[in-house]
Design a protein. Structure first.
Lengths: 301, 124
């Protein structure tokens, strides 16, 4: 039986909403008196849906929606709104609430709204659970920065949803992936040298744009494999260029090279992953991030 | 003064205040910023001596953006000016620090501190 957490500082309104939801025994209901209390309860027992008032002391409904969105992205929220708060309700929906029900229409609309939101949420949760069981996935992409950028976002989301570590850990990994994709795009497939940036950056970018439409550069692909064994996340990025020797790059932290454009991407990759390995022709890099045992904000699904 | 999808630029006295927009962390857009950074550099050449850069809207960024900042810094340095960064997220601070750019540009918490850092009458 789906469990609903009803949040309202007015006991009478709490009981009205709870009574409507339990009257045909379709749902079980637990209560919280404000946003802080609701977050405490979420720590103990994760409900299937949160139904919350908008105006409450300590933490209002809008703030609660944002926190649930960040910490429990798979739990849908529905707002109960009083007259005059429709604009805030729309803002809440923009920030992640699934729906809202005016308090004066609870008797007629609440049951159906909760049922509808739960149906969508159950489908999304099942899909997410299924996707979390994908142990390895491979993308073969054209040399296209927009696609690569979208993939960085997708892999970052995967890491967050797989409870791989803190949100910051996922961002650190995304930064390393971004740098690896950038290397594969410019220096691997297009064979454009960073030295060209030492004068005017335009020379570097104009050459890259020109080569994007010329064979063999235009036919080259970037292959990205993501593996999620229990203890690590491994990302293998391979371009179709002739490879380069990473040992030839200068140390960008050396004061002599600080203002030169080479080697900084590799430095950030090394900073943000636990292990980095190049293949023997240096057109494939493997980035490994160990799973950090502490704290994940997102709950397992 | 000037707004693009990558940055908003405004002048305060002879300080260029550059607010990076969230799209600047995106890899494709970061490539574009390298091309479009000539405009803020142009301000430095004609109207400003110093620059402060607001990172409030960026949760992270890549070396492409660092290189664009380096280009801007070269314009500032040519006018014997100073540059400071502010409102960086923890990962942004780490990126600047790992790259050792904090040796060139002080990292400040607020715009006021950044303005103070570039306008302070101390030997560089």
């Amino acid at each position: 039986m789906p469990k609903i957490l009803v949040v309202d500082d007015l006991l009478s309104d709490c009981r009205i909403a709870g009574g409507l939801l339990t009257q045909d025994k379709a749902f079980s209901v637990v209560y919280a008196s404000n946003g802080i209390d609701a977050l405490d309860q979420l720590e103990l027992h994760v409900p299937d849906l949160v139904l919350t008032d908008l105006q409450m002391p300590k933490m209002n409904g809008l703030e609660l929606v944002q926190r649930i969105r960040e910490d429990y992205p798979l739990i849908p929220t529905i707002l109960m709104t009083a007259k005059g708060s429709e604009a805030i309700a729309i803002q809440a929906i923009e920030q992640g609430a699934a729906s809202y029900v005016p308090k004066k229409r609870l008797a007629t609309d609440l049951h159906e709204t909760v049922r509808r939101v739960l149906a969508v949420s159950t489908e999304e949760r099942s899909y997410t659970r299924l996707m979390h069981r994908v142990a390895e996935t491979t993308f073969v992409l054209e040399n296209d920065l927009t696609l690569l950028s979208t993939l960085v976002g997708q892999l970052r989301q995967d890491l967050e949803q797989r409870s791989f570590g803190t949100r910051n850990e996922a961002i650190r990994m995304a930064t390393a992936l971004d740098e690896a994709f950038h290397n594969a795009f410019y220096h691997g497939n297009l064979e454009v040298d960073s030295v060209l940036k030492e004068g005017n950056h335009d020379t570097f970018h104009e050459l890259a744009i020109k080569l994007l439409s010329e064979p063999p550069y235009c036919d080259r692909r970037i292959t990205v494999t993501a593996r999620y064994p229990p203890a690590d996340a491994t990302f293998i990025i391979r371009d179709e260029g002739p490879g380069f020797n990473p040992d030839d790059l200068p140390d960008p932290t050396d004061p002599e090279y600080l203002e030169r454009p080479s080697g900084r991407g590799l430095l950030l990759m090394r900073t943000f992953v636990d292990q980095i390995v190049f293949n023997n022709v240096d057109n494939e890099v493997t980035l490994i991030k160990h799973k950090h045992q502490e704290i994940s904000q997102n709950k397992e699904v | 003064m000037k707004t693009s999808e990558l940055y908003h630029a405004q002048l305060e006295g002879d300080v260029l205040i550059l607010t990076l927009q969230s799209q600047a962390q995106n890899m494709a857009e970061s490539a574009a910023i390298s091309e479009r950074q000539r405009l803020p550099s142009e301000y430095i050449r004609v109207a400003a001596t110093h620059a402060v850069v607001d990172f409030n809207q960026l949760s992270y960024f890549t070396s492409m953006l660092l290189e664009a900042l380096l280009q801007l810094w070269k314009s500032v340095e040519a006018r014997n000016g100073r540059m400071a960064l502010y409102n960086l997220a923890p990962i942004g601070r780490e990126i600047i620090s790992v790259s050792h750019f904090d040796r060139l540009w002080p990292i400040c918490d607020t715009r006021e501190q950044a303005l103070q850092a570039v306008l302070a009458d101390v030997p560089r």
